[in-house]
Write a protein that binds this ligand. Sequence first.
Ligand code: ZN
Ligand code: ZN
Length: 381
Amino acid sequence: MVRLRILFIIILTALCIIVSAQVRVRLFSNQTPESAIFSVTEGTYEITADNREILTVLKDESVLIAGFNGKLTVKTRNAKGFVCDSLTLSAKTGNDSFSLRIIGILILKQYYTGDLKCYPDLGTLVFVNITDIERYIPGVVMAEGGNGKNLEYFKAQAIIARTYMYKYFDKHITDNYNVCDNTHCQAFNGVSSDTLCDRATRETRGLVILDKDNILIISAFHSNCGGETSSSYDVWLISQPYLKRVTDPYCLFSRNAIWQKSISVSEWISYLRKSGYNDKVDDPSGFNFVQETRLADYKTGFFIIPLRTIRSDLNLRSTFFSVYSKGDSLLLKGRGYGHGVGLCQEGAMVMAGQGLNYREIIDFYYSGVNISDIKNAVALH
Ligand SMILES: [Zn+2]
Ligand SMILES: [Zn+2]
């Protein structure tokens, strides 16, 4: 058994990640597009339908793609329309970009680089963008990074986004793409239009966060920790040495530092009853509960329920809240926004504003990690 384990570790260290330069991202993955307009904004694209080259699309020209009876109908302005099973639009000049406009209840138009594949699937159209990783990352930083207009903060976010992407590169492998463009993977609303996000990505090219065994970390982050981050165990029951609690003095005065919610005593009782609470209630002050530092469970009398369950059932901003009875109501006074694990974005923005660099920011929130090139990561996810 021990020998097997050693052998496994040796094989593991020998196998390094085969680093891909491109990522396949499903676009508009939380919509169900039935038709779309593809327009070339730079360069030239070539259309291949069912593996046959059909025609070339030049700058400012458009292609209408629509689903029809489980197939695609494709129409350009100057050529005859045709029907096919799948379509590839390939970039030809090396400096090519396009917009994709989904026609539906909302008209959504976003800009991309690289190639686009399209095929029908269960009444919707699947669009997969095959693009350079270093063009994808700044788009993620822009979509996920919030309003922290600071280079060092964006560098930390770029490294986090790159780490996450490589760690979950196979998340949708059975669907023939790597990641989707919504928060199930990472939000990506097309290429970045922010020069600071572009620069932050360029200046951290290839960098990821590894644990002490050179395994990509779970690069969790959230909006505001309320002064103390959560351990991954308290939130997900997964223990990671680099996702421990950290006391965070930086985010205490930021936008999402505190919240309040009032809830009637009867509502609270009926919620707790559904979760198994069956004590007789004489005095609502028995529901009072104080979190000076983060706790894992809410307790009233002998009844215990995980705070993460309350947060998700009642859609609260965080689990870091205290309860105070006030007449017929209970006041929930909370701190922070999000699950609290890993990097606190608003704290990181303040750190960057105070002149700390991306390494200091990452080291502060993830204990004992290394920032290294992706080539140094071992294959284990
Ligand atoms: Zn996904
Ligand atoms: Zn914080």
